[in-house]
Ligand binder design. Structure first.
Ligand code: ZN
Length: 287
């Protein structure tokens, strides 16, 4: 089954809704970055939330989200521009914690909560839009919920999940977001709260084979799907881009690389692809 995302509206309950299945792309991210289970869960949740958030932008601008909670995982980052492609990384992929009582992956422990969630939207204007809110639990879903409430004044429900098997592969990943529209009433909110009380975890629903549409239909009988988009973990790096990065390092540094190592290897932060530069190539860059 392929990964995709849906955007919809529930007129009777005055809310807009998003849901996605990100099993394959989270597994791709895990393989690229060789992540351990808790790091995979943290990144997978962030990838789902970022992809759904990108669908909220009408202009498909570039959106960069950074989470740093001071935990062992370090900085986490995703970049997407609403075209279905996303890239991302965690500073320390070799992180694995579980909660003693439930055995569940302890994402909040890995991420930490002494820090912020930052969203940068580059709309091609002089100054990008920057929204920053303090982390709540480091579990990612709660942190996005707080971001929407505080930075965008939009009451929202954010549910994200990743299920990993004993050999650390991703079994299921996905999420949904419900956002109340300005006309929402107390009854609409109560309806949603009641529906979600005994709701299965999103990762379970995905694992059981529910599509993003079906996940939403389990909550709302009359959800109207407006858009569907295929989604991928896909990086836009290239040797040319790496050359540009090298040029900004400066002439002196490049000369050092030539002298000491007769070349260099740089890897893309977002997808771990390695690029080799030979001595002659570095010499050309200096010119
Ligand atoms: Zn890359």
């Amino acid at each position: 089954m392929k990964d995709y995302l849906v955007r919809g509206i529930v007129e009777s309950k005055n809310c807009r809704v998003f849901a996605c299945r990100t099993t394959n792309l989270t597994e791709d991210a895990r393989k690229h970055h060789k992540m351990w289970p808790t790091a995979t869960a943290a990144m997978g949740r962030m990838l789902s939330a970022s992809l759904m958030m990108a669908q909220m932008n009408k202009n498909k601008e570039k959106m960069t989200i950074t989470i740093n909670g001071g935990g062992p995982i370090g900085t986490m980052m995703t970049v997407t521009n609403g075209d279905g492609n996303i890239k991302g990384f965690v500073a320390n992929p070799e992180v694995h914690y579980t909660y003693n009582d439930t055995g569940k992956l302890a994402v909040g422990v890995a991420v930490g909560k002494q820090g912020t969630l930052q969203v940068v939207r580059d709309m091609g204007l002089k100054e990008p839009f920057v929204g920053t809110t303090p982390l709540q639990t480091g579990e990612i879903g709660d942190d996005f919920t707080y971001y929407f409430a505080s930075s965008e004044q939009t009451p929202s429900v954010v549910s994200l999940g990743v299920l990993v098997n004993d050999t650390n592969e991703v079994l299921a990943a996905g999420g949904f977001i419900i956002q109340m529209l300005p006309d929402a009433t107390e009854e609409d909110i109560t309806y949603i709260e009641e529906k979600l009380k005994d709701f299965s975890p999103i990762s379970t629903l995905i694992q059981e084979g529910n599509t993003p549409e079906e996940v939403l239909q389990n909550i709302f009988e009359d959800v109207k799907i407006l858009d569907t988009q295929d989604i991928f973990f896909r990086c836009d790096c290239s040797k040319e881009r790496m050359e540009q990065a090298l040029i900004t390092v400066g002439e002196k540094e490049i000369e050092d690389m030539i002298e000491k190592d007769q070349g260099c290897e740089i890897s893309c932060q977002f997808c771990n692809t390695k690029y080799q530069f030979k001595e002659e190539e570095l010499k050309k860059l200096i010119k």
